[in-house]
Ligand binder design. Structure first.
Ligand code: BGC
Length: 742
């Protein structure tokens, strides 16, 4: 009896406590009821601090006063725990004490910088990619940042577009996997953990297809292309729990994405049931005026909020017009409330109402900014991102017993050269920790070999006066390493190029060095695929090092001397010329396909260039070799609810331990709409010791065979399929046919 009474009392207490614990939604509703329309509109407004503008600044002398009055919801570009704290203190002076959200473009690391996202995609290593985002979140959150404007998940088939450096390349399957991994990395176990930041999938949508590869340009695309190629990485971000989305500058089929109801309301918040909020891109609400889509700022505010843009970054359109639009009954308060609710919900989830200063922690900032574990991982990820394009004479890996090494080129010494665009402004932080390529070489071999340096030339000018010194030191050396490429600000936002060559006289420098007859290793540093036909045809050894971040120097040295065996594979096709762009591996066959580079008469080809790329998607060499064998399919025919288990053996047949990215492609031979010549549908990165064999298993199910059919329904169609497994999209080593039956 006594036992029963105790249980009853406990249950009573528990249910009482439970009923007093309000859910986040209840707290949001309670707060919403107390807010004036001006305070509500304030939550939808975001200003930048004065650093890092990527567009026109809003002239607003009363920023601080507005915060104190509770008329601002969020700020971007506030750097450092002390500064985020200061702004938050102002917000705490407001009537309702609603905390500010601090956002920042933490694109490839905060202090510890990782390879640019395109380079990281070349690792095809989802665990490493998630880890780098995790570390970026740990460092950023300690400075009071709650929110990163990443990952950028725009598919792009156009290397002229400078922003390809920020994404995962051209492929939808790889891009979706990476989008998922990055969101998980940034957000950690759950929002509200002190070391998590909100992710922001951007730029919704189709920004990567800007006409001519010119930034901010229009996009015109079929619904099928949109759904099949450009939207899946965004869906993957939703599936991973992305807290926010950013819309984009471009118009899509004539409707600016910021004012695009189909994208934001019908697809994102409707079909995908996205519960987070959407921030505009910088000034993109106001930019609907020059687009010719909005008459003035008021009209722009009306169109953006109606279409589902919740927060206004730097346009002032909501601040100046929304309250008026509600008062005039042009928009319903419900629309405003829905946007405010979405934002408040995230502030509650982040725990900011319990303690608005919880992330701004000077001590934690100090500890995390100097965390040696972060440096170690940055070095590993950087090494994994390097792609070995050529190694014909086996010049690499270099012996550690070389007497004299010449390290030549404009990329060798500057630390900034490795960071690339979208690194957090290193001026703000002491940059001595960044390992230049020179320092990396010195760290690796400085005590054993004599190292000689010459700059040779600049990155983007015609000055050849440094050639002589470079040739002189090359003549004195056993091997020459030349580091050339694009300057850190030649790829990125607003950095489209119509010619994607290696700028200046850098290629000429290599031509002169070639005349010395010394073995030459060329390192190409870039934020996009470049065109470098002479080098590709004449240099035996080429390493694509992208922009690798703060550990670039050490990682490059690890690869050059064989302490890391390169395993990167290109996430974008490298064209022979700009005229081939857009060039991508998963194209349609056409009615007049050319069968090889000589088959050009009345075929779908050029009269002055082969169709084939210089280096294909998925390509990348290793110091070892791999053999693909023993392909087996558990069935040769399946119905929609069955699976095929595919197995094969992979053997490391060379002298070095190493990792291989085994790529599985599928071709649907006949459809109600035409299908690509092949599509990546799975991959595995497998590490094998020299001589080792591993059995690899893939599973094919209906989802891998489905596509948007002639009715725009995602489904499969019965018929024959070809399965291809290879080491790149062009180097297919095993294949088999199977059938899908009704
Ligand atoms: C870019 C966004 C970025 C924003 C804030 C814009 O110009 O397009 O990707 O997040 O600026 O810096």
């Amino acid at each position: 009896m006594k036992h029963k009474i105790t249980t009853f009392v406990l249950l009573f207490i528990a249910s009482n406590v439970f009923s007093q614990q309000k859910t986040i939604d209840e707290k949001v509703e309670e707060l919403l009821k107390k807010m004036t329309i001006e305070e509500k509109v304030g939550q939808l407004n975001q200003y930048t601090n004065d650093a890092n503008p990527t567009g026109p600044l809003v002239i607003n002398p009363n920023k601080q006063e507005e915060i104190k009055k509770g008329l601002l919801g969020s700020m971007l570009n506030v750097m450092g725990a002390d500064r985020t704290r200061k702004y938050q203190e102002l917000a705490m002076q407001s009537r309702l004490k609603i905390p500010l959200l601090f956002g920042l473009d933490v694109i490839h690391g905060y202090k510890t910088t990782f390879p640019i996202p395109l380079a990281e995609a070349a690792s095809w290593d989802l665990e490493a990619i998630e880890k780098s985002a995790r570390i970026a979140a740990i460092e950023a959150s300690a400075t009071g940042i709650h929110w990163t404007f990443a990952p950028m998940v725009d598919i792009s088939r156009d290397p002229r577009w400078g922003r390809v450096m920020e994404g995962a390349g051209e492929d939808t399957y790889l891009g979706s996997k990476i989008a998922f991994a990055r969101v998980k990395g940034f957000q950690g176990d759950k929002l509200g953990e002190l070391n998590s930041v909100m992710a922001c999938a951007k730029h919704f949508a189709a920004y990567g297809a800007a006409v001519g590869g010119r930034d901010y340009n229009s996009v015109d695309m079929s619904d099928r292309m949109l759904w099949e190629t450009y939207l899946p990485p965004f869906k993957a971000a939703v599936d991973a729990g992305a807290a926010t989305f950013m819309n984009s500058f471009n118009d899509l089929n004539g409707i600016p994405a910021t004012g695009n109801k189909y994208l934001q309301r019908d697809i994102l918040k409707g079909k995908w049931n996205f519960k987070g909020f959407v921030v505009s891109d910088w000034g993109s609400i106001g930019e609907m005026i020059p687009h010719g889509f909005a008459k003035d700022s008021k009209d722009a505010a009306y169109k953006a909020i109606t279409a589902g843009s919740d927060m206004d970054m730097e346009s002032n359109a909501y601040r100046n017009n929304l309250a008026q639009l509600v008062k005039e009954n042009k928009i319903s308060i419900d629309i405003v409330d829905d946007a405010v609710r979405r934002i408040l919900r995230k502030k509650f989830e982040l725990g900011l109402f319990d303690n608005p200063f919880r992330y701004s922690d000077v001590e934690r900032q100090k500890a995390q900014m100097n965390n040696p574990e972060h440096t170690k991982i940055a070095r590993e990820v950087a090494a994994k991102s390097i792609v070995l394009l050529k190694n014909e004479k086996g010049i690499l890996p270099l012996s550690k017993d070389l007497k004299t090494i010449a390290f030549i080129g404009p990329m060798v010494k500057p630390k900034r050269a490795n960071h690339g665009f979208w690194a957090i402004d290193v001026k703000e932080i002491d940059s001595s920790y960044i390992v230049s390529q020179w320092e990396g070489l010195v760290n690796k071999i400085g005590k054993k070999s004599k190292l000689l340096y010459a700059k040779g030339c600049g990155i983007n000018n015609d000055d050849k006066s440094g050639f002589k010194e470079a040739i002189d030191i090359a003549n004195q050396s056993d091997v020459v390493i030349v580091s050339i490429g694009e300057r850190h600000d030649m790829s990125g936002e607003a950095k489209s190029r119509s010619t994607i060559n290696i700028p200046g006289v850098q290629e000429e420098l290599v031509k002169e060095l070639q005349k010395t007859g010394k073995p030459i290793v060329v390192l190409i540093n870039a934020g996009r695929p470049l065109v470098f036909n002479w080098l590709a045809d004449n240099m035996p050894t080429i390493v694509y090092t992208w922009w690798l971040g703060s550990e670039a120097g050490n990682a490059i040295a690890d690869v050059l001397f064989g302490d890391y065996n390169p395993s990167g594979k290109l996430p974008m096709t490298f064209p022979r010329s700009e005229g081939q762009i857009p060039l991508y591996y998963n194209h349609f066959n056409t009615g007049r396909p050319s069968m090889n580079d000589n088959d050009i008469i009345y075929k779908s080809t050029y009269i002055d260039s082969p169709n084939s790329p210089k280096f294909p998607f998925g390509y990348g060499l290793s110091y070892t070799s791999f053999q693909y064998a023993d392909l087996k399919l558990s069935k040769s025919a399946i119905s929609k609810n069955e699976q095929i288990v595919v197995t094969m053996n992979l053997t490391n047949t060379g002298k070095y331990d190493g990792a291989e990215v085994v790529q599985l492609y599928i071709k649907d031979k006949l459809g109600s709409v035409v299908r690509p010549v092949k599509e990546l549908k799975d991959f595995q990165k497998v590490f094998l010791k020299a001589g080792e064999t591993k059995n690899i298993t893939f599973t094919i199910d209906n989802s891998k065979l489905s596509f948007y059919n002639d009715k725009l329904v995602f489904d499969s169609e019965a018929g024959e399929f070809e399965l291809m497994i290879g080491t790149s999209s062009e180097d297919i080593r095993l294949n088999a046919n199977f059938e899908l039956v009704d």
